[in-house]
Design a protein around this ligand. Structure first.
Ligand SMILES: *Cc1c(COP(=O)(O)O)cnc(C)c1O
Length: 398
């Protein structure tokens, strides 16, 4: 039995679609977050940890080589790859873990696909001395054994989820079930700007530090707003954080880059805005890749971090309202961008982020030289090196 409420709507997307057993706890969380948002101590703790533990502010770097090479717009990178644990995920986890503490919770749980969000959650649980259990599809635990071990080193227990197709969507279901069964001591740390209210709003707020910084840094460096902000989109947390402080600046074009996998015209894709249809899943109304009967389709991308069959509700709304544009980049294009950016700028970027880079490679040459693009580097690419080698048919003996 699921009930529907009006909270957390984005132009008809979003909301809360949950069994009764979870609704109470999610509403307690929403109320606690409302309070925390205006609580000076909570915000000060959040800022202090971002600075002293996560290494913020992250750099805004002028990519001079790439700008010269492409011969068009000036390109800047927002370097979330330089954060502790190597991606933007830590921003959100610090915020949610602080809220958990404020609510008196002692146990953090989370879903993870490739393992990035699981590692970030296990990291903060270790720092806060909290219990931590991570739900990960069995398929993913087999593919990402190094990250499983990393989480275990950090003191977390990793559950290999064997229901459904044993991937990310099944791990989210398992985490929601665990949360419903143990609401008293447990807080579910959601990894993206997805799920029932208050997650999409809360995750956006925690990640909006990305655009708060980039706006001030660009102003400082060249005294203007960007003309384009480009970020990759899985569930949409780094993108919504990259967009947040520009939403009210109509001159700034916002571009979300989805993983087209083998191509949007194939079934091996994760391009939700382009190929998805309206549905309700994981507690929210949004766009999902689904078949005629409304069953969630398997998704595919070379990048495990973009491999989600839905998208956060605010992105669905921004796409519908045409405030942001969403484009697809294929595996081939992303891998080429991975190699390009390593050689041009000496940065090994996450394959997820390279979807955004690949789009910038197309966009920049079409723009005049006085235009400015800010591209979010959501994470670092050490984790992807073996997969890229395999894609190129290079054998690496470990
Ligand atoms: C998880 C992840 C993503 C995708 O998640 P969003 O919520 O869409 O930001 C992108 N890049 C990296 C490096 C990730 O770890």
């Amino acid at each position: 039995m699921e009930t529907e409420t009006k909270a957390g709507r984005f132009a008809g997307f979003g909301g809360q679609y949950l069994p009764e057993t979870l609704m109470n706890e999610i509403n307690r969380m929403a109320a606690a977050y409302e309070e925390a948002k205006d609580d000076a101590d909570f915000q000060a703790d959040f800022r202090t940890l971002l600075a002293d533990y996560a290494n913020r502010p992250s750099l805004l770097y002028f990519a001079e080589n790439m700008t010269k090479d492409l011969g068009g717009a000036q390109i800047y990178f927002k370097r979330e790859d330089l954060n502790h644990t190597g991606a933007h995920k830590i921003n959100n986890v610090i915020g949610q873990a602080l809220l958990a503490k404020k609510m008196g919770k002692t146990r953090l749980i989370a879903e993870t696909g490739a393992g990035q969000h699981g590692v970030a959650t296990a990291t903060i649980a270790a720092l806060f001395g909290m219990e931590c259990e991570i739900f990960m599809g069995k398929e993913d635990t087999d593919r990402q054994r190094l990250n499983v071990y990393r989480m275990e080193l950090l003191g977390a227990k990793v559950h290999a989820v064997t229901s459904g197709s044993m991937v990310l969507k099944d791990a989210i279901n398992a985490a929601l079930q665990d949360f419903a069964a143990r609401p008293d001591d447990t807080f579910y740390v959601m990894g993206s700007a997805t799920g029932p209210h208050p997650y999409p709003t809360m995750v956006k707020d925690f990640q909006s530090v990305i655009s708060e910084e980039s706006k001030a840094q660009l102003q400082d460096q060249i005294g203007q707003l960007p003309d384009y902000v480009v970020a990759c989109v899985g569930g949409g947390s780094n993108a919504i954080g990259s967009f947040a402080h520009y939403l009210a600046e109509p001159s700034v074009h916002l571009v979300g880059v989805e993983a087209a996998g083998k191509g949007v015209d194939t079934n091996l894709t994760a391009a939700t805005i382009e190929k998805g249809r309206l549905g309700v899943f994981h507690g929210m109304k949004s766009l999902f890749l689904q078949n005629e009967a409304g069953q969630i389709n398997p998704v595919y991308s070379i990048s495990a971090g973009l491999d989600y069959p839905g998208i956060g509700p605010e992105h669905a709304a921004l796409a519908m309202e045409k405030r942001a544009e969403y484009v697809g980049i294929t595996d081939d294009e992303a891998v080429a961008a991975f190699e390009y950016i390593a050689k041009q700028e000496g940065i090994i970027a996450a394959i997820e982020s390279c979807h955004a880079v690949a789009y910038v490679q197309k966009l920049a040459p079409t723009l005049p030289k006085d235009q400015v693009i800010v591209c979010t580097f959501s994470g670092r690419g050490d984790k992807d090196v073996a997969a890229i080698a395999k894609y190129r048919g290079v054998e690496i003996n470990e």
